[in-house]
Design a protein around this ligand. Structure first.
Ligand code: AMP
Ligand code: GLY
Length: 420
């Protein structure tokens, strides 16, 4: 079959790498892709936020299956457009993607289905929000309601930080995404990510992961999109996964179906674990990046069969074949990230690294120039390895990192420390 993947990051490289290994895949196209993805797939330059353009491209290229990587095309209704055109599509409708695109909506769903989550209130004026926060006190969490590229959450560890956060959001720092705020109880505990496929009715857990959001070793410095990840997450025990399925995921999927907006795609549940209980921090309507890279390393070619079963409503008959393995990915970022950074530096040493089912360098932000691979983003490479133990995966990944010659880049040296 001919498959189109939308997106251009390490997540999409990992998806393409897994899909390509499956003999069902004939032609693989990624739009817009990057220099690493070009080594496993054809690239196409289409506007992935434009549903009509994607549908037209699918028609011209006899695409049988579309996999949508990032949240923006989902929130823009691209999966609605391709499904309406009769193309099998992995990814939720715009209505179902509101589980990520509106934090207030997710809270409303949690209330309706009884899913445990942080206590909250919603406001659309700064005056009311400030009064509420002053009454509740710190610590407290301030969130822009809409999509803000991962930056719309402000931890009010002091009352001043919380009030400043409210002013920042209503001052327009996040545009329309900040027309409303959700103010939440600060939850303590350990965070982990739980990935579930849903075909609208049935749900199938496909793995757990933990990422490292802070830029520096020892979880210090500013927040980033994620500096590394590993799977499985030992904190998410079988018992906790069962509890999360019964109390959070399945009630959500039933509630979405009951509202006439069934959820089809991967549901990424960010959970906070404390005292043996999981509460929902947030939902995302896509795979995590870089969590996807470790999940794909572990799932390999079966990822395509699972995503197809999900898109075709056959998850009740699908199952995951688990290997008792571990995967870990180290993000190499351009010096300066998550602040200002330069593009265009040359990365050497990649050609000499063997790529196999146990080690891969996924490209997150690269561009080919005169036969060289150059940095083209903040997060640039995802150096990923699999092993029988997390320690083995960790050693393999860092051996690859050390073989990459890129003075203009850096990485954390302690990915996986919680679980090692
Ligand atoms: P979100 O985009 O909602 O996942 O928020 C980004 C990050 O902020 C999460 O991964 C948590 O680390 C943190 N966070 C969000 N909400 C809360 C909360 N209610 N209590 C504590 N930490 C939170
Ligand atoms: N790594 C966090 C995310 O993808 O949202």
């Amino acid at each position: 079959m001919n498959i189109l993947i939308l997106g251009s990051g390490g997540r999409e490289h990992a998806l393409a790498w897994a899909v390509k290994q499956n003999p069902k895949c004939d032609r693989l196209i990624v739009a817009p892709g990057n220099a690493g993805i070009a080594q496993v797939a054809e690239l196409a330059d289409i506007d992935v936020l434009d549903g009509a353009a994607v549908v037209e491209f699918c028609g011209e290229n006899a695409i049988d299956f579309v996999i949508v990587g990032p949240e923006a095309p989902l929130a823009a209704g691209v999966a609605d457009a391709t499904r309406a055109a009769g193309i099998v599509t992995f990814g939720p409708s715009a209505a179902a993607a509101r589980l990520e695109a509106s934090k207030g909506f997710t809270k409303e769903i949690c209330d309706a289905c009884g899913a445990p989550t942080a206590g909250y209130a919603r406001f659309d004026t700064a005056t009311e929000a400030r009064a509420y926060v002053t009454r509740m006190g710190a610590p407290i969490v301030i969130k822009a309601d809409g999509l803000a590229a991962g930056k719309g959450v402000i931890m009010g560890m002091t009352l001043d930080q919380a009030l400043d956060g409210i002013d920042e959001i209503f001052g327009g720092a996040f545009g329309a995404a900040g027309a409303e705020v959700v103010i939440e109880e600060f939850m303590e505990g350990e965070e982990a990510s739980f990935f579930i496929l849903s075909d609208g009715e049935n749900a199938l857990p496909i793995g757990t992961a933990q990422d490292h959001k802070r830029v520096g070793d020892g979880d210090t410095g500013p927040n980033t999109g994620g500096m590394g990840a590993y799977s499985p997450a030992p904190v998410l025990t079988e018992a906790l996964q069962r509890q999360a399925m019964e109390q959070i995921v399945l009630p959500t999927i039933r509630e979405m179906a009951a509202r006439g907006t069934p959820y089809q795609g991967v549901l990424y549940a960010g959970l906070m674990i404390k005292d043996g209980q999981a509460r929902l921090v947030e939902y995302n309507c896509r795979f995590g990046d870089p969590e996807c890279q470790v999940l794909m390393m572990r799932l390999g070619a079966q990822a395509l069969d699972l995503m197809l079963a999900c898109a075709e409503g056959r998850l009740d008959r699908a199952q995951v074949n688990w290997a008792d393995d571990h995967a870990l990915t180290v993000v190499m970022a351009a010096n300066g990230y998550p602040g200002d950074y330069a593009k265009g530096s040359v990365i050497n040493g990649l050609d000499a690294l063997p790529e196999s089912s146990t080690q891969m360098v996924f490209h997150a932000g690269t561009k080919a120039r005169d036969g060289a691979i150059t940095a083209n983003g903040g997060r640039v490479l995802n150096v990923t390895a699999r092993g029988d133990t997390l320690a083995e995966a960790h050693a393999r990944a860092y051996a690859m990192v050390d073989a990459i010659d890129w003075p203009e880049g850096f990485c954390r040296r302690d990915i996986g420390w919680r679980a090692l």
